[in-house]
Design a protein around this ligand. Structure first.
Ligand SMILES: Cc1cc2nc3c(=O)[nH]c(=O)nc-3n(C[C@H](O)[C@H](O)[C@H](O)COP(=O)(O)OP(=O)(O)OC[C@H]3O[C@@H](n4cnc5c(N)ncnc54)[C@H](O)[C@@H]3O)c2cc1C
Ligand SMILES: NC(=O)C1=CN([C@@H]2O[C@H](COP(=O)(O)OP(=O)(O)OC[C@H]3O[C@@H](n4cnc5c(N)ncnc54)[C@H](OP(=O)(O)O)[C@@H]3O)[C@@H](O)[C@H]2O)C=CC1
Ligand SMILES: Nc1ccccc1C(=O)C[C@H](N)C(=O)O
Length: 459
């Protein structure tokens, strides 16, 4: 339900949001809808103006948690118009053969959306709200948590100034300046862990009439054991590909130093896609190699003065397609707490971090787990058989078995709960699968007896 119908809180305050990325711009809308005045500062230029620099990762997978938050500010339908449903994984092997794995039931999909398009829409909606004031080209250099002021630098003039805040929301992403200041507070826990992999974005061109040259409504995967490439569709018929590749080693960024080496390598390991990438070697050397990091920290709140949300508090590797979705879910949860405890900010901040931290840790682990699944296991026919058997179990025991992927992607079950139940289900699958060689085996009486036994033993 849109929150606009809720009464304004007593008393309405002036709140500060640092970072107008995906989470910050959405958060400002939630806060304004509760009657607060919101001052938003963003380091980059206004991305809606032509010539503004855009970040990496051109499109993103949006799923149920993200949709719920967008619906919370009334823009679910608008975004649906420009979102492409992806109903299944399509795996491409090294000979160009395809195999398939549906994400869920027939009508369940994850949606490919343009990162910049979504961010622009959220910014325009925020700007249209008289309670929100957006200020671009404003880089946070640091904050004084005790004195409650921040140092801002105008990136167009280089001018620096000090600005006071009463309550600050840090939504300035994985390399957050607000979090850096929190790290200097007493007994602050922080860890960052980089993968030995980086990522490189590449493009598949549209066909001559703007048609999609690979199946449109799917997420494409080229699983190659230790590395992989993926592709998500865009509205103009193109796909954005991301190569996830080791930094060092036999097959690695370090090993591919010349256009000839890149061309030869792609022709050998991704032969079906090379003809669709006429700019391959140019893009490979022009586009940056991004690093992949998991960041954990706690607390996320400093008294009732500062709160971190989104990647600033929980940056995760992208392999589940859940980073933005988790950040959007942060907004939904905060909004629920505002409804429940407003205007007791101390309680709101504290409940928020206590509720969200276990879920942020779980999705961080799940994201690493899904990398192995995508780069390796999806290429194994036994894995695909296991997934089919699992959906048969789910259909036979509705309400008693939901595949882990569905819990994460198509439900609002807290991530920590989903991860726990997913691990328990995986143990059962490991016991069942040695008895199953084909899909038809599932109906054999002895297999059905084992399944019944396992289900009876479940708590
Ligand atoms: C390759 C890749 C693919 C991904 N795919 C998906 C996906 O499919 N689905 C999904 O859900 N998630 C995905 N993610 C994760 C997703 O991009 C992030 O979780 C999401 O962008 C987090 O939003 P945020 O608003 O917290 O941070 P950001 O989007 O980074 O926004 C932070 C904002 O703060 C601004 N800022 C930074 N520092 C300062 C400063 N000092 N002062 C002022 N402003 C500042 C930045 O300019 C930016 O606008 C992917 C990530 C990567 C790297
Ligand atoms: N979890 C992950 O592995 C990753 C997550 N992300 C997230 O994706 C979102 C969008 O990314 P995008 O717009 O492409 O942002 P970028 O990757 O372009 O990063 C934005 C800024 O962050 C700083 N930065 C980037 N990489 C590093 C690094 N390894 N160490 C320190 N600072 C770094 C740089 O600031 P400066 O110019 O000051 O050096 C950069 O300009 C963000 O939420 C980010 O949080 C992005 C990359 C990886
Ligand atoms: N968006 C992504 C970006 C990078 C890596 C994976 C994704 C995914 O969405 C994967 C998808 N959830 C899958 O499990 O097939």
């Amino acid at each position: 339900m849109p929150t606009s119908s809720f009464p304004a809180p007593e008393p309405a305050e002036t709140l500060t949001v640092m970072g107008a990325g995906l989470v910050g711009s959405l958060l400002s809308l939630f806060l304004a809808r509760r009657g607060h005045t919101v001052e938003v500062y963003e380091r980059r230029a206004d991305m809606r103006l032509s010539g503004a620099v855009e970040g990496r990762s051109i499109n993103l997978a949006l799923s149920d948690r993200g949709w719920r938050a967008l619906e919370g500010v009334g823009i679910g339908d608008e975004i649906r118009q420009v979102a492409i449903p992806m109903y299944r994984r399509v795996m491409h092997d090294a000979q160009g053969n395809l195999s398939y794995q549906p994400y869920g039931h027939d009508n369940q999909a994850i949606y490919s959306v343009s990162r910049a398009g979504l961010n622009r829409t959220l910014l325009s909606l925020a700007e249209a709200n008289p309670r929100v004031r957006l200020q671009f080209n404003q880089q946070c250099l640091g904050i004084d948590t005790r004195a409650r002021h921040m140092e801002l630098r105008d990136t167009t003039t280089g001018e620096e100034r000090q600005v006071n805040f009463r309550r600050l929301f840090g939504t300035d992403g994985a390399f957050s300046a607000v979090r850096s200041a929190m790290q200097k507070t007493e007994r602050y826990n922080y860890s960052q862990s980089y993968l030995d992999y980086g990522y490189k974005e590449l493009n598949i061109e549209p066909g001559p009439n703007g048609e999609w040259l690979l199946e449109k409504n799917a997420l494409h995967i080229w699983p190659r054991g230790q590395y992989m490439m993926i592709a998500l569709p865009n509205l103009d018929g193109s796909f954005n590909c991301t190569l996830f590749f080791p930094y060092e080693g036999e097959h690695s960024f370090a090993a591919l130093q010349t256009p000839e080496q890149v061309q030869a390598f792609f022709e050998e390991v991704f032969p079906d896609v090379v003809p669709l990438m006429p700019e391959l070697t140019d893009e490979y050397f022009r586009n940056p190699t991004g690093s992949l990091v998991t960041i954990r920290c706690f607390p996320w709140a400093f008294h009732d003065d500062v709160l971190l949300l989104g990647d600033a508090s929980h940056a995760i590797v992208p392999f589940y397609g859940q980073g933005m979705n988790a950040g959007f879910e942060d907004c939904t949860v905060l909004d629920q707490l505002l409804e429940q405890f407003g205007p007791d900010w101390h309680r709101i901040f504290d409940e928020f971090q206590r509720r969200r931290k276990p879920d942020a840790d779980a999705i961080a682990d799940l994201a690493v787990y899904n990398f192995e699944e995508m780069r390796d296991r999806v290429g194994d026919p036994r894995f695909l058989l296991q997934k089919k058997i699992e959906s048969k179990i789910a259909a036979q025991f509705p309400g008693h078995w939901t595949p882990l992927y569905s819990q994460v992607t198509f439900s609002h079950t807290p991530y920590a709960e989903a991860w726990q139940s997913g691990q328990a289900q995986e143990q059962i699958m490991r016991r069942l699968m040695p008895h199953i060689q084909t899909e038809a085996d599932y109906d054999r009486p002895e297999v059905q007896a084992l399944v019944a036994q396992e289900m009876a033993d479940r708590p």
